[in-house]
Design a protein around this ligand. Sequence first.
Ligand code: ADP
Ligand code: MG
Length: 157
Amino acid sequence: MEMVSESPEATWSVGEFVGKRLKGGMVLCLTGDLGAGKTLFTKGVAAGLGVKEDVTSPSFTLMNLYDGRLPVAHFDLYRLDDEGDLDEIGFYEYADEPVGVAIIEWADKFPEALPPHHLSVVLSPGKNLEERRLAFTARGDGYEGILAALEESFAQA
Ligand SMILES: Nc1ncnc2c1ncn2[C@@H]1O[C@H](COP(=O)(O)OP(=O)(O)O)[C@@H](O)[C@H]1O
Ligand SMILES: [Mg+2]
């Protein structure tokens, strides 16, 4: 499922839409260059999950935890050089746990490490500075409902 976001606010809103529909155990894998909007999208997702705290980029901490309607683990793998260090930052613990939600920025860095069931979101540049293309793909099971809802609310001609 693909869509165009015309503004930062629109990207945030799509994130919120997804966040409202996430269930325990779900994983979002975000891919896109620096400035693509991964963190902004994550802020929307967190809001949709009822997180009240300010969500900031875990570029240096690599992982932040938030409490919403579900626990949220937000990863940023940009500065992680060694796949072997994923264990240390709690990646497998949170990406494979059935209660909370995991959101992973730079998910494409270690594709082998990703859980088999996840929703992939690829953010790429649009036709101008305020535009982004968002491409959603379900990997494994469980994300058909969210994709259908996105299709119904955001599909563009
Ligand atoms: N349509 C859009 N969607 C998302 N971000 C946008 C958009 N248009 C402009 N921007 C800007 O791009 C930047 C995205 O930053 P950020 O979310 O931190 O990116 P990333 O986490 O992918 O590095 C923000 O400054 C935001 O205001
Ligand atoms: Mg970021």
